[in-house]
Ligand binder design. Structure first.
Ligand SMILES: C[S@@+](CC[C@H](N)C(=O)[O-])C[C@H]1O[C@@H](n2cnc3c(N)ncnc32)[C@H](O)[C@@H]1O
Length: 287
Protein backbone atom coordinates (compact mmCIF):
# COMPACT_ATOMS: atom_id res chain seq x y z
CA UNK A 1 0.00 0.00 0.00
CA UNK A 2 1.25 3.48 -0.86
CA UNK A 3 1.76 5.32 2.39
CA UNK A 4 1.25 9.03 2.78
CA UNK A 5 3.36 10.74 5.39
CA UNK A 6 1.75 13.27 7.67
CA UNK A 7 4.01 14.84 10.26
CA UNK A 8 2.73 17.30 12.86
CA UNK A 9 5.36 19.14 14.87
CA UNK A 10 5.17 21.39 17.88
CA UNK A 11 7.29 24.54 17.95
CA UNK A 12 7.97 27.84 16.27
CA UNK A 13 8.07 27.24 12.52
CA UNK A 14 11.17 29.44 12.42
CA UNK A 15 13.21 26.86 14.33
CA UNK A 16 11.44 23.66 13.27
CA UNK A 17 12.04 24.41 9.58
CA UNK A 18 15.76 24.74 10.11
CA UNK A 19 15.89 20.90 10.19
CA UNK A 20 14.42 20.67 6.67
CA UNK A 21 16.53 20.67 3.49
CA UNK A 22 16.36 23.30 0.76
CA UNK A 23 13.86 22.89 -2.09
CA UNK A 24 11.79 20.22 -0.33
CA UNK A 25 8.13 21.29 -0.47
CA UNK A 26 5.83 21.63 -3.50
CA UNK A 27 3.31 23.86 -1.76
CA UNK A 28 3.13 25.98 1.37
CA UNK A 29 -0.47 26.77 2.23
CA UNK A 30 -1.12 28.56 5.48
CA UNK A 31 -3.08 31.01 7.52
CA UNK A 32 -0.82 32.72 10.09
CA UNK A 33 -2.05 34.81 13.04
CA UNK A 34 -3.80 37.89 11.64
CA UNK A 35 -1.63 40.19 13.76
CA UNK A 36 -3.14 40.25 17.28
CA UNK A 37 -6.72 39.37 16.28
CA UNK A 38 -6.78 36.17 18.41
CA UNK A 39 -4.33 37.27 21.08
CA UNK A 40 -6.38 35.56 23.82
CA UNK A 41 -6.35 32.16 22.05
CA UNK A 42 -2.80 31.82 20.77
CA UNK A 43 -0.97 35.09 21.38
CA UNK A 44 -0.48 37.64 18.68
CA UNK A 45 1.85 40.06 17.03
CA UNK A 46 1.19 43.78 17.01
CA UNK A 47 0.35 44.88 13.46
CA UNK A 48 3.16 47.44 13.66
CA UNK A 49 5.71 44.68 14.33
CA UNK A 50 4.15 42.09 12.00
CA UNK A 51 6.45 42.35 8.99
CA UNK A 52 9.53 42.23 11.18
CA UNK A 53 8.14 39.07 12.85
CA UNK A 54 7.09 37.41 9.61
CA UNK A 55 10.13 37.91 7.39
CA UNK A 56 12.58 35.60 9.23
CA UNK A 57 9.93 32.86 8.98
CA UNK A 58 9.24 33.48 5.30
CA UNK A 59 12.98 33.32 4.70
CA UNK A 60 12.77 29.70 5.85
CA UNK A 61 9.70 29.16 3.61
CA UNK A 62 11.71 30.49 0.68
CA UNK A 63 14.55 28.11 1.45
CA UNK A 64 12.46 24.94 1.84
CA UNK A 65 10.12 25.54 -1.14
CA UNK A 66 11.06 23.97 -4.47
CA UNK A 67 11.77 26.43 -7.33
CA UNK A 68 8.62 25.06 -9.02
CA UNK A 69 6.57 25.38 -5.82
CA UNK A 70 3.98 27.88 -4.62
CA UNK A 71 3.33 29.70 -1.34
CA UNK A 72 -0.30 30.59 -0.55
CA UNK A 73 -0.82 33.03 2.30
CA UNK A 74 -4.37 33.39 3.61
CA UNK A 75 -4.52 36.66 5.52
CA UNK A 76 -6.57 39.81 6.10
CA UNK A 77 -5.85 43.23 7.46
CA UNK A 78 -7.51 44.17 10.73
CA UNK A 79 -9.14 47.45 11.61
CA UNK A 80 -7.13 49.64 14.00
CA UNK A 81 -8.51 52.99 15.17
CA UNK A 82 -11.25 52.98 12.57
CA UNK A 83 -9.08 52.26 9.53
CA UNK A 84 -7.56 49.21 7.89
CA UNK A 85 -4.01 48.70 9.10
CA UNK A 86 -1.59 48.30 6.19
CA UNK A 87 0.50 45.42 7.59
CA UNK A 88 -0.58 43.06 4.81
CA UNK A 89 0.40 45.59 2.15
CA UNK A 90 3.73 46.16 3.91
CA UNK A 91 4.19 42.40 4.10
CA UNK A 92 3.70 42.01 0.33
CA UNK A 93 6.41 44.65 -0.21
CA UNK A 94 8.70 42.94 2.32
CA UNK A 95 8.22 39.53 0.73
CA UNK A 96 9.04 40.94 -2.71
CA UNK A 97 12.23 42.43 -1.31
CA UNK A 98 13.05 39.05 0.20
CA UNK A 99 13.02 37.51 -3.27
CA UNK A 100 9.44 36.27 -3.68
CA UNK A 101 7.40 36.99 -6.80
CA UNK A 102 3.86 38.14 -5.99
CA UNK A 103 2.25 36.18 -8.79
CA UNK A 104 -1.46 36.26 -8.00
CA UNK A 105 -4.11 37.16 -5.48
CA UNK A 106 -7.22 35.06 -4.89
CA UNK A 107 -10.23 36.26 -3.00
CA UNK A 108 -11.89 33.85 -0.61
CA UNK A 109 -15.54 34.93 -0.50
CA UNK A 110 -17.15 33.47 2.62
CA UNK A 111 -20.44 32.66 1.02
CA UNK A 112 -22.33 31.76 4.19
CA UNK A 113 -21.28 34.84 6.13
CA UNK A 114 -24.11 36.15 8.27
CA UNK A 115 -25.11 39.80 7.85
CA UNK A 116 -23.76 42.52 10.09
CA UNK A 117 -23.33 46.27 10.36
CA UNK A 118 -21.01 48.55 12.29
CA UNK A 119 -21.28 52.35 12.44
CA UNK A 120 -18.96 52.82 9.47
CA UNK A 121 -18.66 49.43 7.74
CA UNK A 122 -20.46 46.22 6.81
CA UNK A 123 -19.76 42.58 7.49
CA UNK A 124 -16.31 41.44 6.39
CA UNK A 125 -17.09 38.57 4.03
CA UNK A 126 -13.80 38.00 2.22
CA UNK A 127 -10.13 37.31 2.86
CA UNK A 128 -7.02 37.39 0.75
CA UNK A 129 -5.16 34.32 -0.47
CA UNK A 130 -1.89 35.77 -1.76
CA UNK A 131 0.18 33.66 -4.11
CA UNK A 132 3.97 33.93 -4.08
CA UNK A 133 6.51 32.00 -6.12
CA UNK A 134 10.26 31.67 -6.37
CA UNK A 135 10.25 31.61 -10.17
CA UNK A 136 7.81 32.21 -13.02
CA UNK A 137 7.99 28.52 -13.98
CA UNK A 138 5.88 27.09 -11.17
CA UNK A 139 3.76 23.94 -11.43
CA UNK A 140 0.03 24.48 -11.88
CA UNK A 141 -2.55 21.81 -12.73
CA UNK A 142 -5.48 23.96 -13.86
CA UNK A 143 -7.64 21.05 -15.07
CA UNK A 144 -7.80 19.77 -11.50
CA UNK A 145 -10.00 22.68 -10.38
CA UNK A 146 -12.35 23.01 -13.35
CA UNK A 147 -15.98 23.81 -12.52
CA UNK A 148 -19.31 23.03 -14.23
CA UNK A 149 -20.00 25.47 -17.10
CA UNK A 150 -23.03 26.94 -15.34
CA UNK A 151 -26.16 28.55 -16.75
CA UNK A 152 -24.39 31.47 -18.45
CA UNK A 153 -23.26 29.11 -21.21
CA UNK A 154 -26.83 28.15 -22.16
CA UNK A 155 -27.73 31.71 -23.20
CA UNK A 156 -24.31 33.15 -24.05
CA UNK A 157 -23.27 30.35 -26.40
CA UNK A 158 -26.65 30.02 -28.14
CA UNK A 159 -26.12 32.85 -30.64
CA UNK A 160 -22.48 33.59 -31.45
CA UNK A 161 -21.51 36.96 -32.92
CA UNK A 162 -18.65 37.64 -35.37
CA UNK A 163 -16.20 38.41 -32.54
CA UNK A 164 -17.09 35.19 -30.73
CA UNK A 165 -15.69 32.85 -33.36
CA UNK A 166 -12.23 34.42 -33.55
CA UNK A 167 -9.67 35.15 -30.86
CA UNK A 168 -10.89 38.56 -29.81
CA UNK A 169 -8.20 40.58 -28.03
CA UNK A 170 -9.15 42.89 -25.22
CA UNK A 171 -9.54 46.45 -26.42
CA UNK A 172 -7.89 47.92 -23.32
CA UNK A 173 -4.50 46.55 -24.42
CA UNK A 174 -4.19 44.14 -21.48
CA UNK A 175 -2.95 41.37 -23.78
CA UNK A 176 -5.88 39.16 -22.73
CA UNK A 177 -8.00 37.66 -25.45
CA UNK A 178 -10.78 35.10 -25.76
CA UNK A 179 -12.47 32.89 -28.31
CA UNK A 180 -15.96 32.30 -26.93
CA UNK A 181 -16.70 29.63 -29.55
CA UNK A 182 -14.08 27.39 -27.90
CA UNK A 183 -16.53 26.75 -25.06
CA UNK A 184 -19.36 25.37 -27.19
CA UNK A 185 -20.09 21.75 -26.28
CA UNK A 186 -17.95 21.74 -23.14
CA UNK A 187 -19.36 20.91 -19.74
CA UNK A 188 -16.52 22.33 -17.65
CA UNK A 189 -14.80 25.71 -17.49
CA UNK A 190 -11.83 27.17 -15.65
CA UNK A 191 -12.75 28.99 -12.45
CA UNK A 192 -12.01 32.64 -11.71
CA UNK A 193 -9.70 33.83 -8.95
CA UNK A 194 -12.65 34.37 -6.60
CA UNK A 195 -13.31 31.31 -4.47
CA UNK A 196 -16.86 31.10 -3.14
CA UNK A 197 -16.37 28.80 -0.16
CA UNK A 198 -18.44 28.44 2.96
CA UNK A 199 -16.81 28.73 6.37
CA UNK A 200 -17.22 25.67 8.60
CA UNK A 201 -18.80 26.46 11.90
CA UNK A 202 -18.56 23.08 13.61
CA UNK A 203 -15.00 23.43 14.88
CA UNK A 204 -15.02 24.15 18.61
CA UNK A 205 -11.35 23.36 19.28
CA UNK A 206 -9.76 26.29 17.43
CA UNK A 207 -11.15 29.78 16.95
CA UNK A 208 -9.64 30.46 13.50
CA UNK A 209 -9.69 27.35 11.34
CA UNK A 210 -10.15 27.66 7.62
CA UNK A 211 -12.62 25.35 5.84
CA UNK A 212 -11.23 22.14 4.35
CA UNK A 213 -12.28 23.32 0.90
CA UNK A 214 -9.72 26.15 1.01
CA UNK A 215 -6.46 24.13 1.27
CA UNK A 216 -8.11 21.45 -0.89
CA UNK A 217 -8.49 23.84 -3.82
CA UNK A 218 -4.87 24.99 -3.67
CA UNK A 219 -3.48 21.48 -3.07
CA UNK A 220 -5.27 20.24 -6.21
CA UNK A 221 -4.19 23.27 -8.23
CA UNK A 222 -0.51 23.24 -7.31
CA UNK A 223 0.45 19.65 -6.48
CA UNK A 224 0.16 16.11 -7.69
CA UNK A 225 -0.24 12.94 -5.65
CA UNK A 226 2.87 12.16 -3.59
CA UNK A 227 3.83 15.85 -3.46
CA UNK A 228 4.87 17.50 -0.19
CA UNK A 229 2.73 20.20 1.48
CA UNK A 230 3.79 22.45 4.37
CA UNK A 231 1.52 24.37 6.72
CA UNK A 232 3.83 26.24 9.13
CA UNK A 233 0.87 27.60 11.18
CA UNK A 234 -1.22 24.43 11.05
CA UNK A 235 -3.58 25.04 14.00
CA UNK A 236 -5.63 21.90 14.46
CA UNK A 237 -4.39 20.33 11.27
CA UNK A 238 -6.88 21.19 8.51
CA UNK A 239 -4.28 21.38 5.69
CA UNK A 240 -2.59 18.13 6.72
CA UNK A 241 -5.88 16.31 7.03
CA UNK A 242 -6.87 17.38 3.51
CA UNK A 243 -3.41 16.62 2.09
CA UNK A 244 -3.63 13.12 3.54
CA UNK A 245 -7.05 12.57 2.02
CA UNK A 246 -5.76 13.70 -1.38
CA UNK A 247 -2.72 11.38 -1.23
CA UNK A 248 -0.15 14.12 -0.60
CA UNK A 249 2.53 14.07 2.10
CA UNK A 250 2.49 16.90 4.59
CA UNK A 251 4.24 18.63 7.46
CA UNK A 252 2.26 20.83 9.84
CA UNK A 253 3.80 22.98 12.57
CA UNK A 254 2.12 24.82 15.42
CA UNK A 255 3.49 26.60 18.44
CA UNK A 256 0.56 25.56 20.67
CA UNK A 257 0.78 22.05 22.13
CA UNK A 258 -2.99 21.71 22.49
CA UNK A 259 -3.58 22.30 18.77
CA UNK A 260 -0.76 19.93 17.86
CA UNK A 261 -2.43 17.17 19.90
CA UNK A 262 -5.77 17.77 18.16
CA UNK A 263 -4.07 17.77 14.75
CA UNK A 264 -2.17 14.58 15.52
CA UNK A 265 -5.33 12.82 16.67
CA UNK A 266 -7.19 13.98 13.57
CA UNK A 267 -4.61 12.76 11.08
CA UNK A 268 -4.03 9.43 12.78
CA UNK A 269 -7.78 8.79 12.91
CA UNK A 270 -7.97 9.58 9.21
CA UNK A 271 -4.97 7.33 8.50
CA UNK A 272 -6.77 4.44 10.20
CA UNK A 273 -9.88 5.15 8.18
CA UNK A 274 -7.92 5.24 4.92
CA UNK A 275 -6.19 1.96 5.85
CA UNK A 276 -9.55 0.33 6.66
CA UNK A 277 -10.94 1.49 3.32
CA UNK A 278 -7.88 0.10 1.55
CA UNK A 279 -8.13 -3.27 3.34
CA UNK A 280 -11.82 -3.40 2.49
CA UNK A 281 -11.07 -2.53 -1.16
CA UNK A 282 -8.27 -5.13 -1.40
CA UNK A 283 -10.45 -7.81 0.20
CA UNK A 284 -13.28 -7.14 -2.27
CA UNK A 285 -10.94 -7.23 -5.23
CA UNK A 286 -9.30 -10.53 -4.23
CA UNK A 287 -12.58 -12.36 -4.28
C1 LIG B 1 -5.06 31.25 11.97
S1 LIG B 1 -4.45 29.95 12.94
C2 LIG B 1 -4.33 28.60 11.80
C3 LIG B 1 -5.55 27.74 11.76
C4 LIG B 1 -5.46 26.58 10.79
N1 LIG B 1 -5.50 27.04 9.42
C5 LIG B 1 -6.58 25.57 10.99
O1 LIG B 1 -7.40 25.36 10.10
O2 LIG B 1 -6.68 25.02 12.11
C6 LIG B 1 -2.78 30.36 13.20
C7 LIG B 1 -2.01 29.38 14.03
O3 LIG B 1 -0.63 29.77 14.08
C8 LIG B 1 -0.07 29.30 15.28
N2 LIG B 1 1.22 30.01 15.50
C9 LIG B 1 1.41 31.29 15.93
N3 LIG B 1 2.72 31.58 15.91
C10 LIG B 1 3.37 30.48 15.43
C11 LIG B 1 4.73 30.17 15.15
N4 LIG B 1 5.69 31.08 15.37
N5 LIG B 1 5.04 28.95 14.65
C12 LIG B 1 4.06 28.03 14.45
N6 LIG B 1 2.77 28.26 14.71
C13 LIG B 1 2.42 29.47 15.19
C14 LIG B 1 -1.17 29.56 16.30
O4 LIG B 1 -1.04 28.75 17.44
C15 LIG B 1 -2.43 29.25 15.48
O5 LIG B 1 -2.89 27.94 15.71
Amino acid sequence: MRTVECIIKNGDCLTVLQDYPENFFDLIVTSPPYADCRAKSYGGISPDAYVEWFLPRSEQFLRVLKPTGTFILNIKEKVVNGERHIYVIELVLGLRQQGWLWTEEFVWHKKNCHPGKWPNRFRDAWERCLQFNKTRQFNMYQEAVMVPMGNWAKTRLKHLGANDVIRFNSQVGSGFGKNIANWVGRDKAFPSNVLHLATETGNRSHSATFPRSLPEWFIKLFTKEDGWILDPFVGCGTSCEVAQQLGRNSVGIDIMKEYVSIAQEKVSAKQMLLCEKKVHYDANHKR
